[in-house]
Design a protein. Structure first.
Lengths: 387, 387
């Protein structure tokens, strides 16, 4: 990708040593995330700054009273490059201290809210050594997989057990036949979970038995929550299995992080399933699926705020959350994302009373008048006459 | 949305009772998922069928020998409607038996691989009673949240503690001031995790103390893996907290499912963070981030197969996975997604020997000649002369 023009370079921010006396723990630096943003040259500087704020403190900087937060926590736009065709590469220095040591929180700070904006792609992240040390990367890697396959200087080979719906015994037979063809690894189809037709335990035992004494290795697919996955790895290990399949975006980054740390002898093969989650309609994802999962209330960025959901999307989302069903309680819609006090009447008329209004940054803007501003918010909601 | 024309209606498939004698467990029906697909009228029928296969057995139907799998497990195109402007609504009846009882597996079967296709949006899902019963939906819902707030007939109010970087004590003070303004709920900013500047335990104790004896309720944000979240809820509950914040797409659907089931007295507020994950560049997500997390090998859909990644994306992805770093082992790229034996030489020249080739459906097409076809695959890889 050719960078046509470097239009802004605010400062060299990587790495920034801790200059103040504030205690941010052991992680004191910043790391650079690159976002590709659709914009024009007149608006890109403001858009870049908005991303830096969204991915760090998520509130108006004017409302921040603590100078150490402004200095050390707020994201900083490092530079902006025009990539041509209306796309800019924006590099933002994010504070490592905001990550803690958690994989999901890393994603959250990289792209949590910004992923909801249609004009942005998270294009790159420079992983600094302190994050490499926290997460650790592959415990076995290419060399470890080559050792498992006893194969050097050539590509490794792999095939997949499918279709789902076959019994464990039939999958085991299939594994035998692949092994007879000399394949290095056999993975479960990523659709194989713990279904009744081939429960994980039966499948692993059948496939391990089918491959016993052979060079071919079987990689079962993990599913369920962390407890279930731990039990699955433990069972697989008892059957002599040393490599497993996991879909990080389905399992959750923190789940995978815990497994990798907890089972250092196991190698992990990552599956990209659900790598394109943005193309679930928001009303379905947030209104229906989050509710189905047990959310009693669902936050979403309402129309007219910082995010691009249309009124129609918001209406459908709230309707899905509140849809009466005999088999499920209703969930409370929580419109948010840059709401102001001035919009309270309009928003209440739009959503009706079975709603929770969430206003954050706009109240905090009142600073020393926070309580009064909050009281104005709550009394306005209480006094509202619905149209 | 207006449906202009109903162009195909193959069959009425919902619900389908189990007709055969095969044991699929207690879940024997199908449920309808609606996908909006960009296509033209000449190709939409084939594209719809491809999605039905991708989201069920993920292999050529000609290679499936078990009639009960073809009948009861393979996705069925129920109907296709032309929405105009080159978009079609495709309804596919998926087999409930493929879900098991797991939240992440539900997402996997709904949209796992298809999320990687740029031409498809998951637009709707009809949740049948058997899935509502499995997942359970809100345990408290609107009525339960109203009881917590002791508020009827009006909208509820909520604000947020931020910015991150403040100490627990200062967040507690902020909570006091919001409470003095009469807000019903105060949530953590979703960026607040377990950082050194306001560790979860300190923050919860400070905010709970600040609100003790007041009507306002504090909702702390959960982070980390299932173990960590369980400990966080337990600690919060000891402080009298009965409602928490969770981001299902960061935590993983199975994680949230376990928490909702495990803490029936707690109400859950869902945050949409990371709801737009598709716009992470694939080379970054799969090549860099999965590796950072500890994946020893990473599967991805290679160019020229069933998915739309370009050769350049694939090259960058493999390069990121194999990039030499002193602080991290290299991960093995595993190109997949509709590869055939005929493409082995080309793929090997493209990726070089530090690669694992994954061929599934195309080998299974050989049926009774599976072992011979596999042997042809493995010997071709072993004998390849890299250009």
């Amino acid at each position: 990708m050719t960078v046509n023009r470097l239009i802004v370079r605010l400062s060299c921010v990587h790495p920034i040593a801790l200059r103040g006396r504030h205690d941010w723990g052991t992680m004191t630096g910043r790391f650079l995330a690159t976002y590709h943003v659709r914009a024009d040259s007149g608006t890109i500087a403001a858009r870049a700054q908005a991303i830096a704020v969204e991915q760090s403190v998520e509130m108006p900087l004017e409302a921040i009273e603590a100078p150490e937060v402004l200095r050390d926590i707020v994201g900083q736009v490092a530079d902006i490059a025009d990539l041509g065709a209306g796309v800019f590469a924006v590099r933002i220095a994010l504070a490592t201290a905001t990550i803690g040591r958690d994989g999901a929180q890393f994603l959250n700070m990289l792209f949590g809210n910004t992923s909801l904006h249609d004009d942005v792609v998270l294009a790159d992240v420079e992983i600094p050594p302190e994050l490499a040390a926290v997460f650790g990367g592959p415990r076995h890697g290419i060399a470890g997989l080559r050792r498992r396959a006893a194969a050097n200087g050539r590509a490794l080979t792999c095939s997949a057990l499918k279709p789902q719906g076959l019994s464990a015994d039939r999958l085991g037979e299939l594994a035998s036949r692949f092994a007879a063809g000399g394949v290095d690894f056999i993975k479960d189809d990523h659709g194989l979970a713990d279904q009744t037709y081939s429960p994980f335990a039966d499948r692993v035992r059948a496939c391990a038995a089918a491959l016993r004494g052979q060079a071919t290795r079987y990689m079962p697919s993990l599913s369920g929550n962390l407890d279930a996955m731990r039990a699955q790895i433990t069972l697989a290990r008892e059957e002599g299995i040393d490599t497993v399949l996991i879909a990080p975006l389905l399992a959750g980054f923190s789940t995978m992080q815990a497994l990798v740390a907890g089972f250092p002898d196991i190698a992990f093969l990552a599956h990209p399933s659900f790598g394109g989650a943005s193309r679930i309609a928001p009303d379905l994802l947030i209104g229906t699926l989050f509710r189905l999962l047990g959310a009693d209330a669902v936050i979403f960025p309402t129309h007219g705020g910082r995010f691009g959901y249309t009124p129609e999307t918001c209406r459908r989302l709230a309707a899905a959350a509140r849809l009466k069903r005999v088999d499920m309680r209703r969930a409370l819609p929580v419109p948010a994302g840059g709401m102001t006090l001035a919009r309270v009447p309009e928003i209440l008329d739009f959503y009706g009373p079975d709603t929770m209004l969430l206003i954050g940054g706009s109240l905090l803007m009142a600073r020393e008048r926070l309580t009064e501003e909050t009281a104005a918010f709550t009394s306005r909601v209480a006094a509202h006459q619905y149209r």
